[in-house]
Design a protein around this ligand. Structure first.
Ligand code: GDP
Ligand code: IMO
Ligand code: MG
Length: 448
């Protein structure tokens, strides 16, 4: 029986909601932080005392001394990218050794995954998703096709060699036949990945056992979602999605911690909305106001540098995210980005052919028929940047948040007014809940 508590942090939109910052702030209350899905397509920005970290595979929790990070089995892991990230973190003075644990069951991304993704994305007649070109989709394809390489296999050099030889032969033939791609060299790949294997080995273990033992011992675990609800392979705007289960359910399958052990789900949403890449975006603002959001919010991808598409908060989607994830608390980030606006449009409902609908379309084409119904909320036109108490927010900002809370059906527990750790405010009840999550940890430590 698990004694420790857990919380899943998920993106309620299309990613980049500020999950990294929020995980960093909340990690104070947790012994461990685990990634359960995605790979280095994620870019989680954390700013501590003005110093910026962009985490891609390593859980944001490792930035806090005493907090251990886990890369779970649901992740697709590029060993070369992980080693580069580890080297950067070490150079920045972050203690990684002894603090980072990589699942022996995580899938490995190899160079042919990138080759196939790039070729497919640019092939005529294919739907262009606008991926991050990290090989994520093809690596998950191999996982589901039961022909992937897992971290445990990466450490088994004989198996690695045979796997690379066979896979490179097959992928070269496919990529040449379909896309006329240049072939990859299996020997060169084996040498590079055998070298990476030796460097990754000290981090590898059965992380499901590790997490469950920690929970049984009363420690608290946070699951750091990557991407967002609308990028989820099942529940997002398919096919304009990523290839993993980024919603809260993925935390269980992606780590080996049972669904019954999940204590709470915290959804992170911007005070407006963005997405990177192609696909439906009902509230997209293609006008000067959209450009203003991009400029003020610095809406450029943390990993790819691509400009993010910007628009208004979409309450039907937020309600949908609440339903799919079971969000009990909402965190609203980037409130300060709205500071200069005289009026803030917010989508309160959808209409199709003039009729109101609560349904979220199952097809990308279904979104083309949606007409957004907007309510214009008064802006506050004063700076909220760095405010840390709800009472200090301008009245119009409090009213905006109260409206979001009422319409989304989830309580707002936390609001962020800047990228820094300290530019954050908490609702008392949410803080008390966090302390309750942390209590078993304190007790467990007291026993040691
Ligand atoms: P993630 O992928 O969900 O972790 O989000 P990203 O790090 O990709 O993107 C969020 C961006 O917003 C980063 O540049 C953060 O530093 C920044 N950010 C987070 N919270 C706030 C906030 O409350 N205000 C402002 N202005 N920036 C924020
Ligand atoms: P974080 O964790 C925003 C998007 C890509 C593309 C689609 C598929 O930082 O919020 P992929 O490379 O995953 O096959 O691309 O998903 N995407 C993200 N957008 N934030 C992310 O992660 C994303 N990860 C993938 O832009 O549209
Ligand atoms: Mg990001």
């Amino acid at each position: 029986m698990n004694k420790g508590k857990t919380a899943v942090i998920i993106g309620a939109q299309w990613g980049d909601e500020g999950k990294g910052k929020i995980v960093d702030v909340l990690s104070e209350n947790f012994s461990m932080v685990a990634r359960y899905a995605g790979g280095h397509n994620a870019g989680h920005t954390v700013i501590i005392n003005g110093k910026k970290f962009i985490l891609q595979l390593v859980p944001s929790g490792v930035l806090r001394p005493g907090c251990r990070g886990v890369i779970g089995n649901g992740v697709v892991l590029d060993p070369v990218a992980l080693l580069k990230e580890i080297a950067n973190l070490r150079a920045a003075g972050v203690t990684i050794d002894g603090n980072l644990f990589v699942s022996n069951r995580a899938q490995v991304i190899l160079p042919y995954h990138r080759m196939i993704e790039l070729a497919a994305e640019n092939a005529p007649g294919r739907v262009k998703i606008g991926t991050t070109s990290r090989g994520i989709g093809p690596a998950y394809e191999d996982k589901m096709g039961r022909r992937g390489l897992r971290v445990a296999d990466l450490l088994d050099l004989e198996l690695l060699k045979t796997h690379i030889e066979n896979a490179v032969h097959e992928k070269n033939m496919i990529a040449h036949a379909l896309f006329n791609s240049e072939p990859l060299d299996a020997d060169k790949m084996y040498k590079e990945y055998a070298d990476a294997s030796a460097q990754i080995a000290p981090f590898v273990c059965d992380t499901a056992a590790l997490l469950n033992q920690a929970l049984a011992g009363g420690e608290s675990v946070m699951f750091e979602g990557a991407q967002g609800t609308m990028l989820d392979i099942d529940h997002g705007t398919y096919p304009f999605v990523t290839s993993s289960s980024s919603t809260s359910g993925g935390a269980a399958t992606g780590t080996g911690v049972a669904p019954t052990a999940i204590s709470t789900v915290i959804g992170v949403t911007k005070a407006y909305c963005t997405r990177v890449g192609g696909g439906p975006f009902p509230t997209e603002a293609l006008d000067a106001l959209g450009d203003q959001l991009r400029a003020r919010g610095n809406e450029f991808g943390a990993v790819t540098g691509r400009p993010r598409r910007c628009g208004w908060l979409d309450l039907p989607l937020l309600r949908y995210a609440g339903m799919i994830n079971g969000i009990s608390w909402l965190v609203v980030t980037k409130l300060d980005v709205l500071d200069e606006l005289a009026e803030i449009p917010i989508c309160v409902g959808y209409k199709i052919n003039g009729k109101k609908t609560a349904e979220i379309p199952a097809q990308a084409s279904g979104y083309d028929q949606i007409e957004c119904v907007y309510k214009k909320m008064p802006g506050w036109r004063t700076s909220t940047q760095g405010i840390t108490q709800m009472e200090k927010l301008p009245k119009a900002a409090r009213e905006y948040l109260a409206f979001v809370e009422k319409e989304s059906g989830a309580r707002i527990g936390m609001v962020s007014t800047g990228p820094g750790r300290e530019q954050t405010m908490f609702v008392d009840e949410f803080s008390a809940g966090l302390r309750a999550l942390a209590e078993p940890r304190t007790r467990a430590q007291a026993r040691i």
